[in-house]
Design a protein around this ligand. Structure first.
Ligand code: ACM
Length: 292
């Protein structure tokens, strides 16, 4: 299977130019699956709700999704692309999966990063796995990587490839994804954007590029540069991600001590409780000293 990414530097607010640039870049590529960056058509740094309202689109009715459908059909490629979505008066930082036959699925980013929380509603879609014939794929968007549960759930549901549109600004993700892939034995395609978005004197972000494809063994199969456009495609065998064995005696999924993992779904009340029981102990001791 041929999988890849299209890294580029979108211009904020210029959807026509951004979509056109992607059309041109994808027109030169042969691949079965391509991942584009988060919010690829709009840019990232919204300064007001009205800006988002103006740029967000319905899925699948909006112009960007319709163009992606045409592109997917023409190029016979599955596309995963980040789009600002408008739905029922709310706005989501979403990713679409568009198939060559015109099917559209949507994932809404669950973990919003920083100022995104001012404009977007946290995603309400489950972490879904899609069987696209050549592979089973899962989708997460950018900061979702910081929550290992997302990759884990997608992997437990059978994802062989994690498609990961991103607009990364912190320096950690590219290295961390190596561990995400290793601990789940899955492929991941992280498609980041590049460039600097400077909307006003207080709103400036530099995106870190270095889009990459990582193998289930944690190998970086390809990584682009920190700046500039890059289209990379590699050949992979997705089914190797189904093998979760680490040694003859270890299986990543079978070995999980789910009997000990119950606390995972609890709020972090353990630490304050421990501290306060420590404090209680201190108080008891000081009472003992005072009584003596
Ligand atoms: C991010 O989630 N765009 C950092």
């Amino acid at each position: 299977m041929q999988v890849g990414f299209v890294q580029f530097n979108p211009t904020f607010g210029d959807k026509t130019a951004n979509v056109k640039r992607i059309m041109n870049l994808v027109a030169r590529v042969n691949a079965d699956l391509l991942v584009l960056p988060e919010l690829f058509n709009t840019g990232y740094l919204f300064l007001s709700a009205s800006e988002l309202e103006e740029l967000a689109e319905e899925i699948p009715a909006g112009a960007t999704t319709r163009t992606l459908k045409r592109l997917a059909e023409e190029r016979e490629v599955y596309l995963v692309a980040g789009i600002a979505e408008r739905a029922d008066g709310k706005f989501y930082n979403s990713a679409v999966l568009v198939s060559p036959s015109g099917d559209v699925n949507v994932y809404r980013k669950a973990h919003l990063f920083d100022e995104e929380k001012r404009w977007f509603t946290p995603g309400d879609t489950p972490f879904e796995v899609y069987d696209i014939g050549l592979a089973k794929i899962g989708i997460m968007v950018c900061f979702d990587w910081f929550f290992p549960e997302v990759t884990r759930i997608l992997s437990l549901k059978g994802a062989e490839i994690i498609c990961h549109p991103a607009n990364l600004v912190l320096p950690y993700c590219q290295n961390a994804m190596i561990t995400r892939c290793l601990e789940n034995h899955v492929f991941a395609i992280t498609c980041n954007r590049t460039g600097i978005e400077e909307r006003d004197i207080n709103s400036r972000l530099r995106f870190t590029g270095r889009s990459q494809i990582v193998s289930p063994e944690g190998g970086v199969l390809t990584q682009s540069g920190e700046i500039g456009e890059a289209v990379r495609v590699v050949t992979i065998e997705p089914s190797i991600a189904q093998n979760k064995s680490v040694t003859t005696h270890n299986d990543l999924f079978d070995d999980r001590r789910t009997d000990l993992f119950g606390d995972l779904l609890k709020s972090p009340i353990v630490l304050p409780a421990t501290l306060s029981s420590g404090q209680m102990e201190l108080e008891r001791k000081s009472r003992e000293i005072a009584d003596a």
